[in-house]
Ligand binder design. Structure first.
Ligand code: THU
Length: 146
């Protein structure tokens, strides 16, 4: 599954739609995200804030968890979009969560509502990522459902 132009546009459209459901009464900053899985499915997510603030979850993690909860653990691309002057980038926590499920060559699309975007290979967004066991992906967990 490659992120060609058509899939990139689809992914951005889903991120834009997902953003409509953002629950961001505290910050007012609404974010949408979408992930493309190895079998070609797309899952969207929006940020969901909480009165505790600390329990807030970013749009990217909601999208990733939607995919994983549907049995899709192989993520080939993620798009994130907000109403920002330049394309928005995922936070560090979301990069680490994406690391868990990112396929080799996973691409991240940073975007804004004005239609600007930038495609960045995921390994450039999280160099020297922490993995457990060190230096490996948790391949067995991916394979056996554990
Ligand atoms: N947020 C995201 O959804 N994704 C990011 O990558 C950065 C931050 C959300 C969390 C919170 O609801 C709001 O944006 C302000 O930080």
């Amino acid at each position: 599954m490659k992120l060609d132009t058509a899939r990139r546009e689809l992914l951005l459209e889903r991120a834009r739609t997902a953003r409509e459901y953002a629950y961001a009464p505290y910050s007012g900053f609404r974010v949408g995200a979408a992930v493309l899985t190895a079998d070609g499915r797309i899952f969207g997510g929006a940020n969901i804030e909480n009165a505790s603030l600390g329990a807030t979850v970013c749009a990217e993690r909601v999208a990733i968890w939607q995919a994983v909860a549907a049995g899709q653990r192989r993520l080939v691309a993620l798009a994130v979009l907000a109403d920002t002057p330049t394309p928005v980038a995922p936070c560090g926590l979301c990069r680490q969560v994406l690391q868990e499920f990112a396929e080799p060559d996973c691409q991240v699309v940073l975007a804004n509502l004005q239609g600007q975007f930038q495609v960045v290979p995921f390994d450039q967004l999280l160099p020297l990522a922490f993995t457990w066991p060190q230096g490996k992906k948790w391949e067995e967990g991916k394979k056996d459902g554990g």
